[in-house]
Design a protein around this ligand. Sequence first.
Ligand code: GDP
Length: 472
Amino acid sequence: EFAEALNRPISDIIKVLFDLGMMMTKNDFLGNDEIEILSEEFEVEVTIIDPKDEFTHDEEDIEEDPDATERAPVITIMGHVDHGKTSLLDAIRKAKVTDGEAGGITQHIGAYTIEQHGKAITFIDTPGHAAFSHMRQKGTDITDIIIIVVAADDGVKPQTLEVIKMAQESGAPIIVALNKMDKETAQPDMVKGQMAEHGISPVDWGGDIEFVPVSAKSGMGIDDLLENILTTAEILELKANENALAKAAVIESSLEKGRGPVATVIVQNGTLRVGDYVVCGAAYGRVKAMMDEHNKQVKTLLPSHTAVIAGLNEVPASGEVMTVMQNEKEAKEFALKRHEYDRHKELSISTKSSLEDMTAMIAEGKLKSLKVVLKTDVHGTLEAIKSSITALRNDEVKVNIISSGVGGITENDVELVNNSENCVLLGFNVRPTGAVKASAKQKGVEIKTYSIIYQLIDDITGMLTGMMSPKY
Ligand code: GDP
């Protein structure tokens, strides 16, 4: 694809990579690093767009969008184990349950929205920083404000420090909840001192971080905490365009009996509606139903709001972004592309690691002969390749062609390689069928296919060179 875009032969691209020590065939997946290197080598400007972002709008767009209006803040609560994250999330929820919902069963869906003085606030209800860092790793940063919980009777602990670091790195504003203030042993000033030492300076000490004394047990200070969140959110001027095609982040997902794949999402922009065609990573579908945490059906979901979505064809990973598409065809096409992308990536990774493994074994001197099973499309190339790679032998290592023939790569070839140690399966202008490919993958047999002879020879040369013991 890169070669096509540049209108150059694939061999040019492969050669550049090879000269830089990257063994790649036309079937390999180019990582971002390789693409960057190639763009420098060929002096072209490249913008790397993750497929999952291809149909999404970035923050700048939203900020400059004249139709954007205020949206609710999304909050993540983090802190050391047992300092009260779960209790605080429960206390906030309980404090804000409206009469109609009182006594109703609340489901844990991974997030919930409450109202404080008519303003919505959404809490991500998967406490712990694992979920947070997972989302961030996936590039799905949906947290607007971080609440760090510290038990006032226990102070700063190792996980508190981890969380401080993570919060600072994310750049999201921080509010500290000094929890367990109902306890006689609470020492808020001691905690403030410890936090200040780590760059979290309380406002009342001249710093810039609000410390709110609370008790998840008694409910004390919860209102204050919520007020603080609203004030912080106001400064952030969080915005979204309710009329845009929706984009939503997956918080949790699972396969449910009777409902199929379901995913809890928080809408980042636009309004998600029942009936929308969506794509979510490699999954796609039509939003069949949306349920809030009270198991109530909702028809529309505004920015920063959350619900469980049913209607996808497979379970998406958390951190994946769900994007609304114009129609089913578009959604399906895009999901297929993503499948293909994921598959290439996976294949490329497994191929590279096994080649590396073998090269490493070779380097350690554990391997003195490289076994090869070779298949080609025509007899002429078969003979040419056979004699070329046999000639590659040197006094330390040699190539041992244990089987060769004209025709496609078969289950038999895979079996043969599987039963021989340190053996590679090479195809020239032939490729395995899907079934053979699947079986090879399952057995961990690597199939390398080529359409350029010198590329094949270069690969083998590279391996043989690695097989020689170092000379001084
Ligand atoms: P997490 O591990 O951070 O989610 O902590 P939990 O919410 O599970 O709380 C750990 C323990 O502290 C539980 O036994 C809670 O009942 C208790 N706890 C939480 N908040 C308070 C509080 O404000 N006051 C008191 N006295 N105990 C609390």
